[in-house]
Write a protein that binds this ligand. Structure first.
Ligand code: ARG
Length: 528
């Protein structure tokens, strides 16, 4: 890694030259314009401040002391105090030789060795169809897990399935009322299953609203479930099993890495009471007149965090507190990441704050990896009928549209189905990943499916093209040019290639996959 090596070299020279001065923070990055060198630093500006000297003077002094470094061919300086480095061809070709000696592990590292990262994503809900809102969580979470694994982290994925809460009271009541048999969904397709489940839920809501005391009745059904009632447990288990089987199909279609855990919210059932006791005992929470247990965070601008509702039911928030504690005990994580949309930022701030007040180990290492909305150009995330757009329908459309583009470009292609699937899914994933995760994105098919611009198919096309060159040259092309002169494009391509690990490092700094995606786009452009 040239960047790290240059940084280290500079720090060392500062110590040599300026003795006692503390090494200031400084930047080291690749300039936009390659004519300004491969890396540039503002170290002289930072030092000038610390030493009360003129930056250009420091630039000259630094230039003379680092000039002879083996990585560097040439140093240029620029006002008001930048130093630009040009790497030596020798250093570049040596690094390339290193890659070619182990081509299969290029980009990998072990910077994460011994560190466990929990990545929680694709948190689906039982008895509900996965929809467009779940796509980004799946794509970003899966990408982060893959990147972490490549850097030697132990990345553990969990889904925190939504399988608990008062909505189950409504479903239970409806199912019992209609005497739906637990075999009713056998042999139903993915689509039919969720249509049935959604119909049951909607009918249940209708029943609750149109029956005097209906709300209490539904709550009572959930309370029975929480207390372990045999019949309710059996129905609930059946709902979970049916849904989870179907949900596996969605992960498979998205080609996600296997999950390590599917710990539903219900898993934390017996881990909540000790926490309630603890908040009350420590005086962090108070019991309200109607029996709710609440942590007052209003003075911190975080409102009231409700742990137990007035009807005695546990909350989503309480289950999340139990989750942090459990995960820390089980995994001793270095980081605990939640890939969830921005609407839950407030929720996670409450969770992390209460965990901190409770002195939970791991509160400070827990992080909400928030992302903005993905919508379709029609504006909404819902269809005209008001239903949310399903994940399946987005994937189907991606494949169909990819197929159309391929038929136009290459009508005789073999295994058209497989290619359409790969290009469609790749387009969707790349579109998501190449945007800043916090922005709201409008998914435009033309843009996402472009073989020319910053899009998945373009990157895939470049990869296929390079593979084809390698096949044709029998691998012979892949030899390091030891002493040959590189022209400026070749040089740019090489330095860009060699900064893969820097792009990965920057991506993991704040868990921003767009950094890696855009790196790949730049690399693809240079390669083409
Ligand atoms: N199932 C939740 C929902 O659909 C998301 C879960 C997020 N994860 C968590 N640990 N709270 O809104």
């Amino acid at each position: 890694m040239f960047r790290a090596q240059l940084r280290a070299a500079i720090s060392e020279k500062i110590k040599e030259k300026f003795g006692g001065v503390a090494i200031p923070e400084f930047t080291m990055s690749a300039p936009e314009n390659p004519e300004h060198g491969d890396y540039a630093t503002n170290v002289a500006l930072a030092l000038a401040k610390a030493l009360g000297k003129n930056p250009m003077e420091i630039v000259q002094e630094m230039k003379s002391v680092i000039g002879a470094h083996e990585l560097i061919e040439k140093i240029e300086t620029a006002k008001p105090g930048f130093i630009n480095f040009f790497l030596s061809t020798h250093a570049l070709s040596r690094a390339l030789e290193d890659i070619l000696a182990h081509p299969d592990t290029w980009g990998e590292s072990d910077i994460g060795r011994g560190k466990t990262v929990i990545v929680e994503y694709f948190q689906l809900n039982i008895a509900k169809r996965p929809h467009i809102g779940h796509i980004r969580s799946a794509i970003i979470g899966d990408a982060l897990k893959r990147i972490l694994l490549s850097q030697g982290y132990r990345a553990v994925s969990d889904t925190h399935v939504g399988d608990w809460g008062t909505q189950f009271g409504i479903l239970l009541w409806e199912i019992k009322e209609r005497s739906v048999a637990t075999t009713a969904f056998e042999n139903l397709s993915f689509d039919q299953t969720f249509t049935e489940l959604e119909n049951l839920y909607q009918a249940g809501v209708h029943r609750v609203e149109n029956t005097p005391g209906g709300r209490d009745r539904a709550k009572a059904e959930f309370a029975k479930l929480e207390q372990g009632d045999g019949e309710n447990r059996e129905i609930w288990r059946w709902l979970v099993d049916v849904s989870m089987k179907k949900l596996e199909e969605s992960s498979a279609r998205l080609n996600l890495l296997p999950f390590d855990e599917h710990r539903g919210e219900s898993f934390y059932e017996d881990k909540m009471a000790p926490i309630v006791e603890m908040v009350l005992q420590k005086g962090i929470a108070k019991k309200t007149d109607d029996g709710a247990v609440v942590v007052d965070l209003t003075s911190e601008g975080l409102d009231e965090a409700i742990m137990i509702k007035s009807d005695g039911a546990s909350t989503y928030l309480l289950r999340d507190l139990a989750t942090i504690r459990y995960r820390r005990e089980q995994w001793n994580f270095w980081k605990n990441l939640y890939v969830v949309d921005v609407r839950q930022s407030h929720h996670f701030r409450q969770v992390f704050r209460v965990a901190e007040l409770l002195g939970f180990d791991g509160a400070g290492e827990s992080e909400h990896i928030e992302y903005g909305f993905m919508s379709l150009p029609t504006g909404a995330i819902s269809t005209r009928a008001g239903n949310t757009i399903s994940l399946e329908s987005v994937l189907n459309e991606a494949e169909e549209r990819a197929r159309k583009v391929i038929v136009e470009k290459n009508p005789d292609l073999e295994n058209m189905d497989e290619i359409a699937r790969i290009v469609g899914l790749g387009a969707l994933k790349y579109f998501d990943l190449s945007h800043h995760r916090r922005s709201d994105i409008v998914f435009r098919w033309d843009e996402a499916l472009s073989f020319e611009g910053n899009a998945g198919p373009y990157v895939q096309y470049t990869y296929a093209r390079l593979k084809s060159i390698l096949r044709k040259t029998g691998g012979e092309g892949a030899k390091a040019a030891k002493s040959a002169e590189l022209d400026s494009l070749e040089r740019q391509l090489l330095t860009s290639m060699l900064s893969l690990n820097e792009a990965i490092e920057d991506t993991l700094e704040d868990f921003m996959p767009n950094i890696l995606a855009n790196y790949l786009y730049t690399l693809a452009k240079l390669a083409n």
